[in-house]
Design a protein around this ligand. Structure first.
Ligand code: 8X3
Length: 247
């Protein structure tokens, strides 16, 4: 049985990845700060819960994990949607810690074991890594840095049997992501998805992640951008029905 370690597994895309992989026979190790929440999910999936802060992990934290075939770095998220002239530097630092330093520390903790297992690292960045947008400075910068880390790592792994993939999701309906971004303001969080006909779900992204994980060990997907049909680009979001019908 193959083992996947998934960060940010208490909610959203991370939780969906854990559920999708467990359903296709993987042993899943759920990493997140919220101990109770991941314990409950791990219990359901017959997996292992490791309540950890990714910004502070070392290889010793994974002694209970016998083998690591897949690491999914999904912990992260956005804080705020402010203009550069007034953005909280503290929020910027937190975003860097969670998205970038977390990915760095998790990679450092598990890399030798993933190489040994001829495994795969999948970093969940964002379409925010592809360029700045208004109010997105801190998040776009953090996701760009996580993207750069992924690209450097792929090159550094030249000559080693390991796959390194970046998944860049666009608009995903993960209510907690927006609630965090807007500091718990439900109206603002809801407005993000207002009128959008079928934004992606965490499960949609998890399907993509699982399909990458299931490829043969010599097949490397470098990067993949995943958007809902309603979103043709960062500034090309259609709000309104798309006329889907049952097939
Ligand atoms: C989330 C996508 O457009 O809010 O990673 O930056 S966006």
């Amino acid at each position: 049985m193959k083992t996947a370690v998934i960060t940010g597994a208490s909610t959203g895309i991370g939780e969906a990845c854990a559920r999708t992989l467990a359903a296709s026979g993987w042993q899943v190790v759920l990493v997140a700060r919220r101990a109770e929440r991941i314990a409950k999910i791990a219990d359901e999936l017959q997996g292992l819960a490791l309540p950890l802060d990714v910004t502070n992990v070392t290889k010793d934290d994974f002694e209970a994990v016998e083998q690591c075939d897949l690491l999914i770095n999904c912990a992260g998220g956005a804080l705020g949607l402010d203009q550069v002239d007034s953005y909280s530097a503290e929020d910027w630092s937190t975003m860097f810690d969670r998205n970038v330093i977390g990915t760095l520390k998790m990679t450092q903790a598990l890399l030798p074991r993933i190489i040994e297992a001829q495994g795969c690292i999948i970093n969940i960045t964002s379409t925010a890594a592809l360029g700045g947008y208004e109010g997105g400075s801190g998040y776009c910068a953090a996701k760009s840095a996580q993207r750069a880390l992924t690209q450097s790592l792929r090159l550094e792994m030249k000559g080693k049997p390991i796959r390194i993939t970046e998944v860049l999701p666009g608009m995903v309906y993960t209510p907690e992501f927006s609630l965090n971004r807007f500091n718990g303001d439900e109206a603002k969080a809801k407005a993000v998805y207002e009128g959008v006909d079928r934004p992606l779900t965490g499960e949609d992204v998890a399907e993509v992640v699982a399909s990458i994980a299931h490829l043969p060990p010599h097949v490397n997907i470098d990067e993949i951008v995943v958007r809902p049909v309603a979103q043709r680009g960062q500034y090309a979001l259609h709000r309104g029905e798309l006329g889907w019908h049952e097939k």
